[in-house]
Design a protein around this ligand. Structure first.
Ligand SMILES: [Zn+2]
Length: 444
């Protein structure tokens, strides 16, 4: 076996251990964690009892499938039933030192509590994650995520723990953020993919060339599927002259739970903190490795509020194949979209990210797009709104035909294409709204 480059890893022994060692570690942690949840949380005690399962019955990791699911609705309901933090909490309140709160876009915000130990575990993991993406103590890292109650905020402490000079930028207006990046010559930044794109375009409009005038060489992105769509990543990378690394986070667990290493071949999971299941959304049985299914997560160490079998609503695929970086953790190979965003058009499953991959690789287009779905005479009709690039001088009908063919080949769905002038579609500052499904209105 080749000698490991010890500088490549934050915790070499853990990060490169065999799959069997990962499974054994997870089983040991899970046994203890289920027992802690059952003993400390009135909700879990009642839920396990109602399902007729006990932490002592866990003989192997597959036995977890006998335990009940959890979803956002349950977390919200239990918080309302036992305010302010809900009865999934498994420690006395005096042990809780930090809470984040989710954005509340689909209801009342839910709080995610941490003990001091949970918080330290989390920040240590973030440092490991940043390290795997190539961040080093010589970097200057600008954290351009919201600090207000948002679980993404404290991730900056991971960069700081790693030894990078950490700039707590937060959500500054674009012009200010660009000035900060330029003044301090930041070498790395974290934003959403849409915002990375918007910020790069804003820089160019202001006469700043991100490649020449700024020192950013690493962009960490999260919050939207774009960072895992190679065509989207490639365009952001070309705009910035930088590497883009996708991260996946969940407000109810950690700011980042998985992230890309320097190989950028999927996102490595923090498998010593989180157990991953990928299930068929209908049957709730595991899908074969590599197949698309719903991501279901179980914490393994979080004492304040254990999360057991949380249905994320995210449709993903994973692999346990070894990565070229030498890490052996399970990798997320695709976040295809939200279960809620999945469109069924003429019986075919379609995610906005499928169309994005096609739109972003065509240089005759700006890369912005929107999907409009209508039902006309009882038939679904998908229209893809795109913008031609500045200076486009080809035939619009050729471009429309080409896009129609490519979308059909990639997704199996026939679509109309509406070609718009540049800067017509709304630009996203945070999460982009890509779908306008008007079918429900036809029947109302
Ligand atoms: Zn890797």
């Amino acid at each position: 076996m080749a000698l490991l480059d010890s500088d490549a890893y934050w915790q070499p022994g853990l990060e490169t251990q065999s799959r069997a060692a990962w499974r054994q570690l997870q089983l040991d942690l899970l046994r203890d964690h289920l027992r802690h949840a059952y003993d400390g949380s009135p909700y879990y005690r009642a839920a396990f009892d109602a399902a007729g399962v006990s932490p002592d019955q866990l003989r192997n990791l597959d036995d977890l499938r006998r335990f009940p699911f959890l979803d956002k609705g349950v977390i919200r309901d239990r918080q309302q039933a036992a305010p302010p933090f809900g009865d999934l909490v498994a420690v006395p309140e005096r042990d809780i030192v930090y809470i984040s709160a989710s954005s509340g876009s689909t209801g009342a915000p839910t709080a995610s509590p941490f003990t001091a130990g949970d918080f330290d575990d989390w920040i240590d993991y973030e440092a490991r994650q940043f390290w795997s993406s190539g961040l080093r103590p010589t970097d200057r890292y600008a954290h351009a995520l919201n600090f207000s109650l948002f679980v993404g905020g404290p991730c900056v402490l991971g960069a700081q723990k790693l030894g990078a000079l950490s700039i707590h930028a937060g959500t500054l207006p674009s012009e200010r953020l660009l000035a900060v990046l330029r003044q301090f010559q930041a070498t790395a930044i974290w934003t959403t993919p849409s915002y990375a794109w918007h910020l790069g375009e804003t820089a160019q409009k202001e006469g700043i060339d991100p490649k020449r005038d700024l020192a950013v060489r690493r962009l960490f992105v999260a919050g939207e599927p774009g960072g895992s769509i190679p065509e989207t990543r490639a365009r952001i990378e070309a705009l910035w002259g930088a590497e883009v690394y996708d991260y996946y986070g969940l407000s109810d667990i950690f700011g980042s739970c998985a992230g890309m290493c320097v190989e950028k071949d999927g996102l490595h999971w923090a498998e010593d903190h989180i157990l991953v299941e990928v299930l068929d959304p209908e049957t709730r049985e595991p899908v074969a490795e590599g197949e698309r299914g719903e991501l279901v997560l179980t914490t393994l160490r979080k004492r304040a509020r254990p999360i057991i079998r949380f249905r994320t609503g995210d449709i993903v695929s994973v692999t346990t194949e070894p990565c070229r970086c030498g890490r052996t953790s399970l990798r997320l190979t695709g976040v295809h979209g939200r279960l809620d965003d999945m469109l069924i058009i003429k019986g075919v499953n379609l995610f906005p990210s499928d169309v994005e991959a096609v739109v972003r690789q065509d240089t005759a287009l700006t890369g912005e797009y929107r999907l409009v779905v209508e039902r006309i005479d009882h038939l679904d009709r998908l229209t893809i709104e795109v913008e031609h690039a500045h200076g486009f001088n080809g035939h619009p009908s050729d471009l429309r035909d080409r896009l129609r063919r490519q979308v059909k080949a990639a997704t199996g769905v026939g679509a109309e294409v509406a070609l718009l002038a540049p800067d017509t579609l709304p630009r996203a500052v945070h999460k982009a709204k890509r779908v306008d499904d008007r079918r429900a209105h036809v029947w109302s």
